[in-house]
Design a binder for this molecule. Structure first.
Ligand SMILES: C[S@@+](CC[C@H](N)C(=O)[O-])C[C@H]1O[C@@H](n2cnc3c(N)ncnc32)[C@H](O)[C@@H]1O
Length: 498
């Protein structure tokens, strides 16, 4: 295959060893502060920055040139950027009818070559490869989104695995879409006819649909995610009139019960569907497999209506689950007066000995201070030996012996006092696979039952031998020999008994 015809694999599926121009990266300022950035290889100054495209954060400025071609996970130091002409007003030529107030002169700067970034004295970020989890935490919100604790459980329950075809509605901000695309990925289809794992996502809000389309394209997920602009309550889940043949479904819609009739195996017996009774019914579900569904609704009234519709439409094993996600904080409980002022540390005496030693030290200082005052000298309090390492983690105790502060104290795990994370109620159900009279007959032929002459356990020795070899010893030589030996021993035993 020619190099230019090889499909670029999404960085969500394989990010490669290091950052490259044109791909999405996540700039991590802290655990909860992540910025998605499309890395660019600047050819000249950009937006008034001589270093080219720059990401500005509260921890400093980061020209893309410093973020490019580095191993994923690298720590990147901030740069002192040259804002050059940024903010300078352009003097317009006489008679120019443009904005009289002038505008930021960017083009002049762009003409210059990109300037090498100079490292700043402080500030850093980490550069991380995109994953569905990081994308969920950093994506531009257009709607409420499904978060990682919920979607990991949902994907497990609806049996999403490599090769699965999932129906999703609505697409919203694409949080669930990215996670499900990774879950079902088993390669890009070579052409439209090759059957691979795929997400069929439906969204009726035009602007959201357009934004999502661009994102899917930009993230290299086209071919794995098929987006359709559609009101699924009205028009269901077929794509160009064809069935997606899905076996997993996730509905994050205000009224899932209105979409459920479209997910039937045969035409629902309601007035709404009776109207187009002439047309043959095409189900969006895979006829050869049971369908696993999850609906995601914030209110219990929605759950009631959904469950009721599911029962009427033949769904079974209906169950509701709520994910109560609780963050656990793990830290060391450090108590003692020897600890420098630090967040989280408890600066009280750890025991009576430490309290008495501290009182004695204060008493001593007081005495020295009084003595100095009486003699008219300087009251220079003796400075305690510096015990804080500038790196903040290696300390010296009273005897000068080093110790690591992060190893101090008892290890404690604390949960949040209150669980505040109700996102939605998850309703799960299963719609059994289709089963026709022909399939029943074929199954009966393959596994005949009802006409047996003997039970395996009561077969004669020769038949049992053949049966054992057929089951265990057919391919593997060693097993076959062992089975033959066993059967021979059994036959001898039987002969002796006779
Ligand atoms: C809560 S958002 C989905 C968020 C998404 N699950 C995510 O993780 O980012 C619900 C979406 O359903 C869409 N929607 C609502 N009714 C719809 C309908 N009848 N057909 C298609 N989409 C619909 C809305 O426009 C909205 O974008």
């Amino acid at each position: 295959m020619a190099a230019d015809t090889i499909k670029r694999v999404s960085p969500f599926l394989d990010s490669g060893p290091h950052t490259t121009p044109g791909t999405l990266a996540i700039v991590a300022l802290s655990r909860d502060n992540l910025i998605p950035v499309y890395l660019q290889d600047s050819k000249g100054a950009h937006d008034g920055y001589a270093e080219g495209v720059v990401v500005n954060t509260r921890y400093g400025s980061f020209p893309h040139s410093t973020l490019l071609n580095v191993p994923w996970g690298s720590q990147i130091r901030a740069s002192n950027v040259d804002t050059g002409s940024r903010g300078r007003k352009r003097k317009r030529p006489e008679g120019d009818a443009g904005d009289a107030a002038g505008e930021v002169n960017r083009e002049d700067a762009a003409a210059n070559a990109v300037k090498q970034a100079a490292t700043a004295s402080s500030g850093f970020v980490h550069i991380l490869p995109p994953t569905p989890e990081l994308w969920t935490a950093s994506l531009p919100h257009r709607t409420q989104v499904v978060y990682t604790p919920d979607y990991s459980y949902v994907l497990h329950r609806i049996r999403a695995r490599p090769g699965t075809r999932i129906i999703e509605a609505g697409s919203g901000s694409g949080s669930f879409t990215h996670a499900s695309a990774r879950a079902v990925y088993n390669g890009y289809p070579r052409d439209g006819s090759e059957r691979k794992g795929k997400v069929f996502s439906f969204e009726y809000h035009e602007t959201r649909f357009e934004k999502m389309k661009n994102e899917i394209l930009g993230h290299g997920l086209d071919g794995l995610v098929q987006l359709t602009h559609r009101d699924v309550y009205k028009d269901g889940f077929l794509v160009d009139g064809e069935s997606p043949e899905a076996e997993s479904i996730f509905l994050d819609l205000p009224a899932p019960w209105q979409a459920l009739p479209h997910l039937s195996r045969s035409r629902p017996q309601t007035a709404e569907f009776a109207a187009d009774g002439e047309k043959p019914w095409v189900s969006p579900l895979n006829p050869k497999k049971s369908a696993y569904i999850c609906t995601f609704s914030p209110c219990i009234e929605q759950v009631t209506k959904t469950v009721s519709a599911m029962r009427r439409l033949g769904w079974v094993n209906i169950e509701m689950v709520e994910i109560a996600n609780r963050r656990l904080q793990v830290f060391r409980d450090r108590v003692g007066l020897h600890i420098p002022t630090e967040r989280g540390a408890n600066l009280t005496p750890a025991n009576v000995g430490e309290a008495v030693a501290r009182l004695a030290e204060i008493e001593e200082r007081f005495k020295e201070h009084s003595k100095a005052s009486r003699s008219g000298g300087n009251s220079s309090t003796p400075t305690a030996a510096m015990d804080v390492d500038t790196n903040g983690d290696v300390m010296a105790d009273a005897n000068g012996a080093p110790y690591k502060i992060w190893k101090e104290g008892r290890l404690i795990t604390k949960g949040e006092p209150e669980v505040k994370t109700h996102t939605s109620y998850l309703v799960f159900a299963v719609l059994p696979r289709e089963w026709s009279a022909e399939e029943e007959e074929a199954a009966f032929k393959r596994w005949p039952c009802g006409g047996e002459e003997k039970v395996i356990g009561s077969l004669n020795k020769q038949a049992r031998r053949e049966e054992k070899i057929r089951i265990h010893g057919g391919k593997n030589k060693d097993t076959k020999k062992k089975v033959e030996k066993d059967v021979e021993a059994e036959s001898k035993e039987a002969a002796a008994e006779a």
